[in-house]
Design a protein around this ligand. Sequence first.
Ligand code: AMP
Length: 469
Amino acid sequence: MSFDSLGLRAELLRAVADQGYDQPTPIQQQAIPAILAGQDVLAGAQTGTGKTAGFTLPLLHLLSQREAPRGPRRPRALILTPTRELAAQVGASVTDYGRHLPLRGTVIFGGVGINPQIAELRRGIDILVATPGRLLDHVSQRTVDLRGVEILVLDEADRMLDMGFIHDIRKVLAVLPPQRQNLLFSATFSDEIRTLADKLLNAPVPIEVARRNTAAEAIAQTVHPVDRVRKRELLSRLILTNDWRQVLVFTRTKHGANRLAQQLDDDGISAAAIHGNKSQTARTKALADFKAGRVKALVATDIAARGLDIDQLPQVVNYELPQVAEDYVHRIGRTGRAGNSGAAVSLVCVDEKGLLQGIERLIKRRLDQVVVPGFEPDPSIPAEPIVRGGGQGRGRGNGSGGSRGAAGGNGFGGGNNTGRGSPRGGNGNGSHSGNSDRNGHRSGNGNRPRSGQSASGRPANGNRQRARG
Ligand code: AMP
């Protein structure tokens, strides 16, 4: 199938061609016609599937076809995302795909000064990409008027609920006009998500693309059993002997990420850590260095890595397995993106057997276990409880590392593409350092047990506690 057959206007097809996309991904094939037809959509799709273009392209099409209402220019489309990095990336996509259209948009999120955002909103925009907390700040200050919203997108809705945004979402919904098109994208479908979807969506078109669970099968996945204390040594060995030049390494905690990056550096492997306690400048630099190949290993926490769009990432390492099985799928989804091949290895010690079982239940397959010669686990070592990252995220909301799509400011779009270094997010120069939209209270959800089901309807797995990274 080609993009031409989806019914998108010529300016959008041109923008798609500018991106070098040959054909729509499965989610795009399904979502674009449904959205163009004005229908609500409930889509099960993860990052890496091309979901952003799946909603952005038809949204731009619809807004550009419709006559703008009279009166002050105010948002006609609202895209809510859980993290500012995702907001920035979605904003970058809106800019990319909307570059040949006279629509204006902006990205707003917390942790940065509110005044430039107010100024940007005052200039009048059509598309607003926002994280919920900061959006509500604007609502309460009356610096944004959401009464003109025709299309609402909840992106990564499951993650928004995980992060405790449900009340904020409800408050946002309360100020939107009742007549609107609603699009909900979520990687997983817990009862909470289904309740939200039932309330929000009107006869939605259900769209389920191959979950990363299945796509994940295309990614080579290996488990290396190893003793807890020898993981670092094994990781260095793997990087050096395999000559990995770009490897994204996951740890459970910010502290662990820092320590590991330092240790890799000590081993002669250029490494940087990316997590919510790092200043934005440090995070932006780490990501830029990693993308440019100046840093071989980027050590990240789950939240930090979420939304990072690093094309063709060849190698992902789970230095520690995630507490929440779904995060494994998100992590390995960083590699082999949009059809590229990739490999994921997990260094698993005796403490993590339960977590591994949970992951295998979720992805419905056993992972190959390969003991690296010289790193045979000592069977006499007893399992220890896993130290959680609790407390590290306290008071900081949900730290997430990465990038901003728009250099130095919040604006994007406006018919041209100036002021941005790269077509994809990740090269912004934001100098902010806060983490969450608003202060504090949300971070308490870091250890909230999640319940629910995966998109495939399977019951969620055992240990749902999440260490915030
Ligand atoms: P997303 O799932 O929206 O985060 O997109 C993941 C990646 O796929 C991004 O790097 C997009 O630029 C890329 N992408 C989106 N649509 C296509 C397409 N039709 N063909 C190839 N790559 C795509």
